[in-house]
Design a protein around this ligand. Structure first.
Ligand SMILES: Nc1ncnc2c1ncn2[C@@H]1O[C@H](COP(=O)(O)OP(=O)(O)OP(=O)(O)O)[C@@H](O)[C@H]1O
Length: 240
């Protein structure tokens, strides 16, 4: 099966800083892939390039084989790419249900939308808090609400920026179960993540970014056994 997402010689500079450096990345259709790397490695920038929030200086991004390098963000979303950023993008003054209506109303006729919202409330364990103000939810529940908003339109590709940041181990475990279930239903997933236990729980493959380049790629076992990868986290290698 052809990859759902590919980048070819992707480059992005900020002034003199080469933040995405000739990145050739492939996400297989139906894969869960985690992107790791030390702070400042260029993970968020790579994400923003995939979303169309940044324009690359050179190189190409392909989605389902089609070149989307110049496609606007909203068009990418329409084509089936969805994202959950680290900071919840929820409307804190509105209820859980109202947030879901905002996220879903463009994608479904009203009756279908109600049905879909019931499913999401159940799937993300948010049924009991559906009428609560989103801002009053626990940190984990706020993250799950945002996952619900991201998956509501049933994307083919879900991009997640540190989905478990600030979560308790139990919340992290549940988040992993959610993603594995979505993946079983056919969703391809790319997640930036720091929590290696979580990466082990979900990832088929792992890519390590370092100074904007792909430094290593493989299974979680291959990556954790890689001494050079351990060194970059200890700051023992440089950009050369
Ligand atoms: N808009 C920008 N303008 C200038 N420099 C930027 C910009 N965005 C990111 N950078 C720089 O690019 C480098 C990579 O940043 P990026 O946020 O992509 O890394 P990261 O791997 O996501 O880091 P973290 O794990 O800390 O979130 C950093 O040195 C950062 O300061």
């Amino acid at each position: 099966m052809s990859p759902i997402l590919e980048t070819r010689h992707l480059n992005k500079r900020f002034g003199g800083l080469h933040v995405t450096n000739d990145v050739n990345f492939t996400l297989g259709t139906g894969e869960i892939h985690c992107l790791i790397g030390p702070n400042g490695a260029g993970k968020s920038t790579f994400f923003r390039l995939l979303l169309g929030e940044y324009t690359p200086d050179s190189g190409a991004i392909l989605y389902q084989g089609a070149d989307i390098t110049r496609m606007r963000s909203y068009q990418r979303i329409r084509e089936g790419i969805s994202v959950k950023f680290q900071v919840p993008g929820i409307f804190k003054e509105l209820s859980v249900e109202q947030n879901l209506v905002i996220a879903l109303q463009r994608f479904y006729p009203p009756a279908e939308m109600r049905h879909e919202i019931e499913h999401l409330l159940d799937f993300l364990r948010l049924g009991a808090v559906r009428r609560m103000r989103a801002g009053s939810l626990s940190h984990g529940q706020q993250q799950w609400l945002e996952i619900a908003m991201a998956i509501g339109p049933r994307p083919k590709l879900l991009l997640l920026d540190e989905p478990t940041a600030g979560m308790t181990p139990d919340e992290t475990q549940f988040t992993g179960e959610i993603l594995l279930e979505l993946n079983r239903a056919g969703m391809s997933i790319l997640a930036v993540e720091h929590d290696m236990a979580f990466v082990r729980q979900i990832a088929d493959r792992v890519t390590v970014l370092h100074f904007g380049r792909i430094f290593a790629q493989g299974s979680i076992d291959e990556i954790t056994a890689n001494d050079e990868v351990a060194k970059i986290y200890l700051g023992e290698t440089d950009a050369a």
